[in-house]
Design a protein around this ligand. Structure first.
Ligand SMILES: NC(=O)c1ccc[n+]([C@@H]2O[C@H](COP(=O)([O-])OP(=O)(O)OC[C@H]3O[C@@H](n4cnc5c(N)ncnc54)[C@H](OP(=O)(O)O)[C@@H]3O)[C@@H](O)[C@H]2O)c1
Length: 278
């Protein structure tokens, strides 16, 4: 891809950022569609965020993705927020148009695509993890009227804060369950790992009591590297349907692409690029 004077640039910002998969899928999409655009990853230290975001409106940058640790820190410098970005207090996509900056959260859309075809309203679900991704997952499940939601997390207080936030927002009953009490639960319809356990380089696996997993279970791991974690291998061996984090990753990116360009994203091409890379 030749970068010329006319080339428009999209950027993902984070700290650190070198492991980001976003350049892989967006550059493949631009190339596939023959667009004069390119996507780069930029490491920005927290102390540089204010200057960077404030300056964006005066540039011809196509759009920005935001990842850890900046998803909340960028908010004070934006002009408008989408409903989901406002509620979750987390922005992963910035659109720049006519010197106006709008923040979006496309993680919710990405996870909603993972639940497509599932009868969420009649499902019992267990979420493992209550960080940024866990919050988007829990919000999506509640938005889709999940029948019963359990949340477990290493730090109990963080899970309880998330439950408080969701209960206020949706008025539904959500239960905190300590990790060492998981075996008291029945078989779940939906299990979601929103922790880095099982991820390459972490060296620790997620171990869920087998009694929670059956043929009626859909096990979703937000981890995508490796594509099949031990958690997914075990779930598969117990008859569950499984889904790794690639789908969420691709669809949140595809939605950013649509927001910036107004063009239907080539989702299959983006997914293929990630799979090839992994
Ligand atoms: N597929 C996708 O599109 C996608 C999108 C977003 C995130 N993710 C993945 O989801 C995972 C979580 O991301 P995040 O943004 O939510 O991170 P985060 O905000 O830092 O939250 C991390 C969560 O994992 C828990 N955790 C971390 N290390 C743990 C350990 N050793 N044992 C038990 N629990 C542990 C944390 O528990 P504490 O509260 O106790 O610290 C917290 O609940 C990452 O692997 C990330 O790559 C995937």
């Amino acid at each position: 891809m030749e970068i010329k004077g006319s080339t428009k640039i999209a950027i993902v910002i984070g700290h650190p950022i070198k492991h980001s998969m976003s350049p892989i899928m967006h550059n493949r999409a631009f190339r596939h569609l023959g667009m004069d655009c390119s996507y780069i990853a930029l490491d920005i230290k927290p102390e540089g965020i204010e200057h960077f975001i404030k300056g964006l409106r005066y540039t011809n940058i196509l759009g920005v993705n935001v990842t850890i640790p900046h998803k909340t820190a960028v908010i004070p410098y934006l002009d408008e927020l989408s409903e989901e970005a406002k509620v979750l207090k987390a922005v992963n996509t910035i659109k720049i148009s006519e010197e106006k900056l709008t923040g979006y959260n496309t993680d919710v859309y990405g996870f909603e695509k993972c639940l497509e075809g599932l009868d969420v309203a009649n499902a019992s679900a267990l979420l493992i993890g209550a960080g940024g991704a866990g919050k988007a997952v829990a919000y999506t499940l509640c938005k889709l009227n999940v029948k019963r939601l359990f949340i477990t997390n290493r730090t109990e207080e963080r899970a309880k804060q998330l439950i408080h936030f969701l209960t206020n927002l949706f008025g539904i009953d959500i239960t905190f369950i300590p990790f060492d009490k998981l075996e008291t639960l029945e078989t779940m319809n939906i299990l979601v790992n929103a922790t880095p356990l099982g991820m390459e380089g972490i060296g620790e696996e997620l171990n869920i009591p087998p009694s929670l997993i059956g043929k009626e279970t859909v096990a979703i791991d937000l981890v995508y590297n490796p594509p099949k974690t031990e958690f997914l291998k075990i779930a598969e061996s117990l008859g569950a349907r499984t889904l790794n984090g690639i789908k969420m990753l691709v669809y949140q990116g595809a939605e950013s692409f649509r927001i910036w360009t107004g063009i239907a994203p080539p989702v299959e091409v983006m997914e293929e690029a990630i799979k090839e890379y992994l």
